[in-house]
Ligand binder design. Structure first.
Ligand code: SAM
Ligand code: MD0
Ligand code: SF4
Length: 350
């Protein structure tokens, strides 16, 4: 089958096999890549027009009890760490909202202090952001017990993010050391059951095969996750994966485009946490429609995969991102538009 034929089949996910998807993920000829990205853009534009959504990132605690092989913040990496107070998180969320974001992503390592007493401290932060800032909220606390999801929902969270990284169980066990594959998979299911919207994601360039990547994309879609992402692995100092060769971001872009074709109405991030602001346009050009990892400068906040890149020079700030969108002829959605979308997603329509 030609690439054009597979693209046609991929659109709307009609009669496409895992092997077809793997083949689409393997395109390398410049003209094929251009055709794939252009198809992804037109599918996105048909569903979302020229509107994109902008998410502020507040990584409020970098303490973590886990020891993921790929992560800078793994327990055994000896680092200076921080934990913001509830008042600080509130102030950061408020100023991000004033600057024009649609959602604040409250993210932490699996910080024992925040996990204690069934997440009471984190839940209180969520309640205060909801009541005092009144902005849409995503929580990224890691893996939580089944009974906690309804508490996050009641506290005011709209979204629960928890990325499987890969649906290859063997690879998972080498990445997320001492963690349970099924428990992490269930996070997506339990979140949606409790009325939360759910985000899943994969990492690209960890040694997975094209078939693995195809399987992961199919699985994320079939779980019904309303937001799905792919992020290129960035090797981190002090970790067992430190000396791996940094993968080119092209495979991430191709994954974004394939996800867009298969799942036209999902939210798909362009994360600034891989290549910084330099990576924004290429990701939007591949079919993404949400900008994530927007971080205010000079607040001593870190990114995850790129903990410093473009933060204190202001290039990841809301203002700078909005200016860039303007130059690209795109429009940031208003909060009324974003909230309308969330209501439709919750009602099961997209
Ligand atoms: N601690 C929670 C967890 O792990 O679910 C929430 C944190 S969330 C910020 C962490 C996500 O960032 C991971 O699931 C992974 O997809 C991504 N990430 C972490 N380290 C990375 C790296 N070195 N390169 C690329 N992505 C990375
Ligand atoms: C991002 N650094 O959006 C963030 C993070 C967690 N929900 C998101 C991976 O790229
Ligand atoms: Fe902790 Fe999340 Fe990093 Fe794993 S990815 S070490 S759970 S912060």
């Amino acid at each position: 089958m030609s690439v054009a034929e597979i693209i046609e089949r991929a659109k709307g996910n009609a009669g496409i096999s895992r092997d077809d998807i793997a083949e689409l993920l393997s395109v390398r000829r410049e003209s094929d890549i251009a055709e794939l990205f252009s198809a992804a853009r037109s599918v996105r534009d048909r569903v979302f027009g020229n509107k994109v959504f902008v998410y502020g990132f507040v990584y409020f605690s970098t303490f973590c009890r886990n020891n993921c092989a790929f992560c800078y913040y793994r327990r055994t990496n000896d680092l200076p760490r921080y934990r913001k107070t509830a008042d600080e998180v509130l102030a950061l969320s408020g100023s991000l909202k004033d600057a024009g974001i649609n959602l604040v992503d409250l993210t932490m390592g699996e910080d024992p202090f925040m996990c204690a007493a069934d997440y009471s401290e984190f839940l209180e932060i969520v309640r205060r952001v909801r009541d005092d800032v009144d902005i849409s909220i995503m929580v990224s606390p890691g893996a939580v017990p089944e009974g906690s999801f309804s508490k996050f929902r009641e506290a005011g969270a709209d979204w629960f993010a928890c990325y499987q990284e890969t649906y290859n169980r063997d690879l998972f066990s080498r990445l997320r050391l001492e963690q349970d594959f099924d428990n992490r998979l269930n996070q997506k299911i339990w979140a949606r059951k409790a009325g939360l919207l759910s985000e899943d994601g994969i990492m690209v360039g960890l040694g997975e095969t094209l078939e693995d990547r195809a399987d992961s994309i199919i699985k994320m879609g079939s779980l019904g996750c309303e937001q799905i992402r792919a992020m290129t692995f960035v090797p981190q100092k002090g970790t067992p994966m430190e000396s791996m060769r940094p993968p080119e971001p092209l495979d991430e872009l191709i994954s974004i485009a394939v996800m867009r074709l298969l799942f036209p109405d999902r939210l798909i991030p362009a994360s600034l946490d891989v290549e910084g602001i330099a990576g924004l346009k290429s990701r939007l050009d591949a079919g993404a429609n949400v900008i994530t990892s927007v971080v205010p400068p000079h607040e001593d906040l870190a990114g995850v995969a790129q903990h410093e890149l473009d933060i204190d020079n202001g290039r990841r700030s809301v203002e700078h991102v909005l200016r860039m969108l303007d130059e690209m002829g795109k429009k940031a959605a208003s909060n009324t538009e974003y909230e309308g979308l969330l209501r439709r997603l919750r009602a099961g329509g997209r």
